[in-house]
Design a protein around this ligand. Sequence first.
Ligand code: AMP
Ligand code: MG
Length: 481
Amino acid sequence: MPIFNFDNSYLQLSDKFYRKVKPNPAPHPELLLLNNDLMKNLDLDISDENQLLKILSGNELEDGSQPIAQAYAGHQFGHFTMLGDGRAILLGEHLTESNRRFDIQLKGAGQTPFSRRGDGKAAVKPMLREFLMSEAMHYLGVPTSRSLAVIKTGEPVYRETIMEGAVLTRLMSSHIRVGTFEFARYFGGVEELRELMNYTINRHFPELNDAQNPALALLEKGMGLQMDLIVNWMRIGFIHGVMNTDNTSIPGETFDYGPCAFIGIYHPETVFSSIDRDGRYAFGNQPNIIKWNLSRWAETLLPLINSDEKKAIELATEKINSFDEVFTQKWWEMMFAKLGISNPKMGDDDLVNELLRLLELHQKDYTNTFTYLRTPEIFDKNQFFLDEKFDAWTQKWKSRIKLENGGTNSAFELMKKQNPVFIPRNFHVEKALDEAEKSDFSFLNSFLDLLKTPYEFRPEMKEFLHSPEEYDSNYMTFCGT
Ligand code: AMP
Ligand code: MG
């Protein structure tokens, strides 16, 4: 019985868009993590572990699999460059019984023509990290790539130290990114660009085929998805860390989990990534950056928006200029909902602004503050505000939510859906990965289990509410190359 039901629609594109490749065999594959729930959800047969090991390590190809490395370009930290899958190989697109289509990609399965000087390989720890973070994001209700499995290859990878190699099986609704459009526009011609647009529309947004101006409609659709995504990140305190245009997915999924992290203490300038020295991808700068990335995307679409370049620029600019107003509205709606407000009134924005100011001033935890407002009893008293201004703010907020339709109870219901109790805090992430690297998976597995219900408080898991003090201020993340 094959595991996957492969199709390879990407190969319909002209061959500029990919190179045919073969995964590098893994000498001693060993299953470290398997996502049973997801496998079942995708109608995948997991009864034969041997077969799983062979396929997910890249040691064997299943019938119907035509592996490729995809071509793409991108702006990295603002600089344009040619990229492409250098350490990822697309095995094919799995079709579920209900005809849902997902890219199945092996990350770390060896070199491709796009590897440049890299070895195409990945180490165990960053692949476990991606598994943990992407699954956490999924259960937090944020669109994301998913992780099917991590397999140790039995081969060393050489970084600053010698590490154990691993392959992650990544699943996405597709890997089409802003960078794919940049590749088509700047390394191809208008025909390739049109091909990519039509493919994207047919695969993800077939309803746009009837649009009067499909390219403009696609831009608008993609903008909406990105705005929703970033608002979601801001809601849960997620910092992506490397929002290059090649890491911005057109169907609006979070992906590339190299240097990402969650904020503890609220501060918009928070950065954890060791290479983001100027704070380009800081927590509070994510809305600006996504607008910048969408502008780069809009530029690639110009020839398809209108054959008259001036007219095309005018139309695209108008769309991009609508970003601020639409995004701001979505952001406010989200922040109000975090406070239990579903029918905003005059003055509610002051309530939000004032709270954020207090958090910043008193260096308080973003996630825990919203949990505290609804369920203060789960925290020890001295862990929270002992401040008159905060007390005054709380009184104001309490009287405000009484005015909601359904009063305080319905406000609390809304807050429960908006505010996670448990997030993957940096300290626990590192502890889980360090122990797993030493072959003890018990902490990682119970952490993964906790993160499946992040909106439910579990008293026996209280330790996951806090990191040791000062831990985050010295914390640094790295791109998992
Ligand atoms: P990323 O930081 O994952 O967005 O990767 C940026 C670019 O570097 C992409 O083209 C990757 O395929 C490539 N890359 C990253 N790590 C490696 C590696 N170990 N070997 C080859 N290419 C890599
Ligand atoms: Mg990337």
